[in-house]
Structure formats: C-alpha cells, structure tokens
Design a binder for this molecule. Structure first.
Ligand SMILES: [Zn+2]
Length: 234
C-alpha cells in the first residue's frame, strides 16, 4: 500500500522536533508506521536537529542542571510512542508477569473491526451515530485527556456533514476511500486541513471508509448536522 497523500514538511518537522501535540502525534505515528518515505523524512529532520544542537554555542550550566536535563530527556523518551509494537504476549518486550498483565495484542473497535497496533495503549470508545451515514468513536489518548481524536466510519457512498474548521484537522485513512472536492484519498493516505478548508467528504461506492482524525479547535458543521454538534462535542 503506497500512500499518495502525505503530511506536510511542516508537520513532519514538528514531529521530529517533538512539538506536535498528542492527538496529531498519534495520527501521524499511524501514518509513519505505514509510510517509509515519511519515516525517512522524519529521520533526516531529526539528524538536522541533532547537528544544530552539536554546533550550537556551549552554554554554562548551573551545577546539577545537566543531570536534570538528562532525567527529563529520559522521562520524555519513556513517555513517547514506542517505535514498534511490543512482541506478541509481552509488554514493552518483557515477558508478562501474570495473566492479570495480559492485554489484547490486536486493538479493535468494540464491534471487532481491526485497528492499527499503535492504538493498543489507548481506549477506543463505542460507536455513536451522527445522522444516517456517520458513526464516530472517541479515542481516549493515554496521558493526554485533552486530545481530540476520533474514529469516523461512513458506509459506501455516504457523506460526512459539510464542515469547516477553527483549527487544524489531521486525518489518516485506515480503510476504504473518500473524495472531498479537493482530491481523492485512500487507505494509507494522510490529509491535513486548516481553518481555510471547508469540505464534505463523500465515501467511494465500493465500500465503507474508516478514518482516524485529530481535531484541533472545533468543527464548523453546516446545515442540519449543526444541530447535532453539541452532542458530539467536536
Ligand atoms: Zn507518508
């Protein structure tokens, strides 16, 4: 599966610099898991960032501040997304201590639709309906209660409500495909829009579409969907 739509250089750079918020970071990590091209780009940006650090003027640090910095780097490395899922039957590569530690190794929606391994650490809510054509499920992002990440599921030929945005929206297509008047997107593709984009995704006729989206700000839903907005909290 080769993606045709990739994150912007700005977004990949922000990821390399560690400045992407938790929601977009999770959606981007799912894209990176399946996209060699973007992984390589992030690697290049990280190398550039490292080189800049090495050539920076040395600064005099107060006693103990180096240890504090290293402790912080260790803590943040421990809190960041793992680069690959832990081997089956283990947690972080270590054997399970007891049955109580055992967690499912393949994340799914409550009704059993397989999801990317990257979502294993996060709680996936039940499907809720928004109108006849759209189901959505909130993902509780571990360690980031304010992150606004949802799964969106629309049947073949169904349409999402027409909407604009008050902030950025990052979407990774997990299954199926859609078009929104700007272009066509299929599984593996990444789409990012900002407050200047107003669109209505319409799903391809040959099957349902499931996406994961991180929404910053709020959606501006037009038409009848607007009445439902208070109930979905997006
Ligand atoms: Zn990519």
């Amino acid at each position: 599966m080769t993606a045709r739509h990739h994150p912007s250089d700005e977004t990949l750079m922000a990821h390399a610099a560690g400045t992407l918020p938790a929601g977009p970071r999770l959606v981007l990590a799912i894209h990176l898991d399946g996209c060699r091209r973007c992984r390589d780009a992030v690697g290049r940006y990280e190398a550039v960032g490292g080189a800049l650090l090495e050539t920076a003027e040395p600064v005099t640090m107060a006693a103990g501040s180096f240890e504090a910095l290293m402790a912080r780097i260790d803590a943040e490395a421990g809190a960041s997304e793992p680069t690959s899922p832990a081997p089956r039957g283990t947690v972080s590569g270590r054997p399970l201590r007891s049955v109580a530690d055992a967690a499912p190794t393949a994340p799914t929606t409550p009704d059993g639709i397989p999801l990317p391994a990257r979502l294993l650490r996060h709680r996936v809510g039940r499907w809720r309906r928004l109108g006849p054509a759209l189901s959505w499920s909130r993902i509780a992002v571990a360690g980031a209660p304010d992150a606004n990440v949802v799964l969106l599921r629309i049947p073949a030929s169904g349409a999402a409500p027409r909407h604009g945005h008050t902030g950025r929206e990052f979407t990774q297509v997990l299954a199926g495909g859609f078009s929104d008047g700007r272009d066509a997107y299929v599984a593996g593709d990444f789409d990012e829009v900002d407050e200047y984009v107003d669109h209505q995704p319409v799903v391809d006729a040959d099957g349902e579409c499931i996406c994961i989206a991180a929404v910053e700000g709020r959606l501006r839903i037009h038409g009848i969907g607007r009445l439902l907005q208070p109930f979905i909290g997006l």
